[in-house]
Ligand binder design. Structure first.
Ligand SMILES: [Zn+2]
Length: 347
C-alpha cells in the first residue's frame, strides 16, 4: 500500500485542493453525450474530439454549464483526440498536435469566463459565509487505445490480447507529452479497461518524466473486475504504485457497482478515490447508441453519493449520459451533508 500523501510531493496538489474545496470535490458530468444533447453530430471515430474542429464554441459552452452546476474539475475534450485519429481524417501531425493543445485552452478559457462572471456578482460562499473563488482544476483527458478504436472496445478491453505494453506506450506517448505541457493541471486517464494499459501509462509517466500529476479511472461491468476480466484490486495495485497519481477511481460504470468498487479500492490505496459513473445505460459500440437500463434512474444515482463518500471516495461526478442537472444534484447533496454534523472520514 502506498504511503500517505505528504506535502511537497506531486500528490500534495490533490490533498491541498480537496482541503480548499472542503474535504470533497465535484467533477463534471458526461461531456461527449452532453455535446450530443446540444445537437453535435459525433457518431464519428473522433467522437467528442470532432467538436474541437467543427464546434469549439459548444465545447466551451458545455464546460461552462458544468462550472455553473458546481464542478471543481472540468475534463477536456481530448478523450478520443489522438494524433493517429486526426491524421486518419487528413490532418497533418502539426494540426493534430494543435488540436490537442486547443482542447486544454478551451477548458482554461471556460474557467476564465466563469471566474469573470463570479467577479461580477455570483460568488460562492464558504461555510463561514465568506465569499471565495471556487477552486477549479482542468484535467486533460486521455482515453484508452480502445476508445481510439471507436467501436466500444473500452468497455470490452479485448484488444489486450492483440497489443503489447510497448505498443500501447508508443500509441499514447506523444499525446501524453503534449497534454503534459499544455497548461492543464493534471491528466485524467479515463475508462481504463485492462491492467496492461494501466501498466503502460505508469511506465510512460515515469519514462517521459511527466511533471504534472494524473489520475487513473477504471471501468467495470460487474463491480469486481475490469472488462478484460482482471480484478479491480490488481489494477488498483498498479495505480497505487505510481507516485505521480493523485487519485484512483472508477468512471463510466453503472452506479449500482460503484459501492463495491470503492470498498475494493480502499483496501489497496490511501490515495484519494474518484468516482464518476455513467447513467447506468449500456453503450452499443456497433450502432453508437446508449441502451436504456430498467434498473437505474438519476434519482438512484444521486442518492448513492453519500454512501460512496462514507465508503471513502472524495471526488464525485458523472460520466456518459449524466448532465449538468446530475452535477447540480450531486453538488446539493454534498453541500447539505457538509453543513450537517460531520460523519466525514479523512483518509
Ligand atoms: Zn463515459
Amino acid at each position: 500500500m502506498g504511503s500517505l500523501v505528504k506535502k511537497g510531493t506531486s500528490s500534495s496538489l490533490m490533498t491541498e485542493f480537496l482541503e480548499k474545496c472542503g474535504g470533497y470535490a465535484v467533477v463534471d458530468g458526461g461531456f461527449a453525450t452532453e455535446l450530443e444533447r446540444h445537437g453535435a453530430h459525433i457518431k464519428d471515430p473522433l467522437w467528442s474530439a470532432k467538436c474541437l474542429i467543427t464546434s469549439p464554441h459548444l465545447v466551451t459552452k458545455v464546460h461552462l454549464d458544468y462550472l455553473e452546476s458546481g464542478a471543481n474539475i472540468i475534463i477536456t475534450a481530448s478523450y478520443q483526440a489522438t494524433i493517429q485519429g486526426f491524421v486518419a481524417k487528413g490532418l497533418s501531425v502539426g494540426e493534430a498536435e494543435s488540436l490537442l493543445r486547443r482542447s486544454v485552452e478551451l477548458s482554461c478559457e471556460a474557467r476564465e469566463i466563469f471566474y469573470n462572471r463570479c467577479n461580477k456578482g455570483s460568488w460562492d460562499f464558504d461555510h463561514a459565509g465568506k465569499a471565495s473563488r471556487r477552486p477549479v482544476l482542468v484535467a486533460a483527458s486521455v482515453g484508452s487505445y480502445g476508445a481510439y478504436l471507436a467501436d466500444g472496445s473500452e468497455y470490452s478491453g479485448v484488444y489486450v490480447d492483440s497489443v503489447s505494453k510497448e505498443s500501447l506506450k508508443d500509441f499514447h506517448r506523444r499525446r501524453v507529452q503534449i497534454l503534459a505541457k499544455s497548461g492543464a493541471d493534471l491528466i485524467a486517464f479515463e475508462t481504463i479497461p485492462n491492467k496492461l494499459e494501466a501498466e503502460a501509462y505508469v511506465d510512460l509517466l515515469e519514462e517521459e518524466g511527466i511533471d504534472i500529476p494524473a489520475w487513473f479511472a477504471f471501468t467495470s461491468k460487474d463491480g469486481v473486475t475490469v472488462p478484460s476480466g482482471e480484478s479491480i484490486i490488481e489494477c488498483a495495485e498498479v495505480a497505487d504504485s505510481c507516485k505521480k497519481l493523485v487519485a484512483i477511481g472508477i468512471n463510466c460504470t453503472a452506479p449500482r457497482y460503484i459501492s463495491d468498487l470503492v470498498i475494493s479500492l480502499r483496501q489497496v490505496t490511501h490515495k484519494p478515490i474518484i468516482v464518476y459513473p455513467n447513467s447506468g445505460e449500456v453503450y452499443d459500440g456497433l450502432n453508437k447508441k446508449w441502451i436504456k437500463s430498467e434498473e437505474e434512474s438519476e434519482e438512484d444515482f444521486v442518492s448513492y453519493v453519500s454512501r460512496w463518500r462514507e465508503e471513502g471516495a472524495s471526488l464525485f461526478g458523472g460520466c456518459c449520459r449524466t448532465t449538468p442537472n446530475t452535477i447540480k444534484a450531486i453538488t446539493n447533496v454534498l453541500s447539505c451533508e457538509s453543513s450537517a454534523p460531520s460523519k466525514l472520514k479523512f483518509w
